[in-house]
Design a binder for this molecule. Structure first.
Ligand SMILES: [Zn+2]
Length: 190
């Protein structure tokens, strides 16, 4: 048991892995930003990243759960590691043409109780779609676990939400108002 609070451990991990990048980014939401949190860089060293998964699992250890659902690369790794710690099954979704669906080999049943996990959100868009995926199968979304939010928008997902870290100094702006676009700085697709 460390004497350091979780936010100190995570701040240190973010710094060590260079996960917080500066530039001109297009976010999944379509908004532009001058800072980008490349969450998957936190996972590159399993010897260090286990603390993320330990803390996320601890937030939900008293919930009745049958599955942990994550999407795309970072979300799938997160879901697998949290499911392993909570001794439940994993489910993996991916996005195609803007729509999330479970990958082949996974399905939800009405009795399933599902924790949704995601790496970082600006507006909660991915988590909302994953909740919709659970609801569409008449299963129950029990909660949402996010590694990070940017603290820019109120993320109201309609079920208990745990966030490990709120990042400071992040931005997200509509492209028509983006000062970096006006300076013709090349856009990095995130
Ligand atoms: Zn821009």
């Amino acid at each position: 048991m460390s004497s350091h609070p979780i936010h100190h451990q995570l701040a240190s991990l973010i710094e060590q892995t260079d996960a917080l990048q500066t530039g001109h980014f297009e976010l999944a939401s379509g908004l532009h930003a001058s800072r980008f949190f490349r969450c998957i860089k936190l996972f590159r060293d399993p010897g260090r990243s286990h603390l993320l998964f330990d803390h996320m699992a601890a937030r939900f250890k008293t919930q009745p759960l049958s599955h942990v659902l994550g999407a795309n690369e970072a979300g799938s790794i997160l879901a697998f590691e949290v499911a392993k710690r909570l001794n439940v099954e994993v489910a993996i979704a991916r996005q195609k043409n803007g729509i999330y669906s479970l990958i082949s080999g996974f399905e939800f049943q009405p009795e399933h109780q599902v924790l949704i996990v995601d790496d970082i959100t600006t507006t909660g868009g991915t988590a909302k779609q994953l909740i919709g995926l659970v609801n569409a199968a008449h299963a129950t979304p029990v909660g949402v676990g996010l590694i990070a939010t940017k603290g820019l928008f109120q993320v109201e997902l309609g079920c208990p939400t745990e966030v490990l870290i709120t990042l400071d100094g992040m931005d997200a702006i509509v492209p028509s108002d983006c000062p970096l676009c006006q300076q013709n700085i090349p856009l990095i697709l995130s």
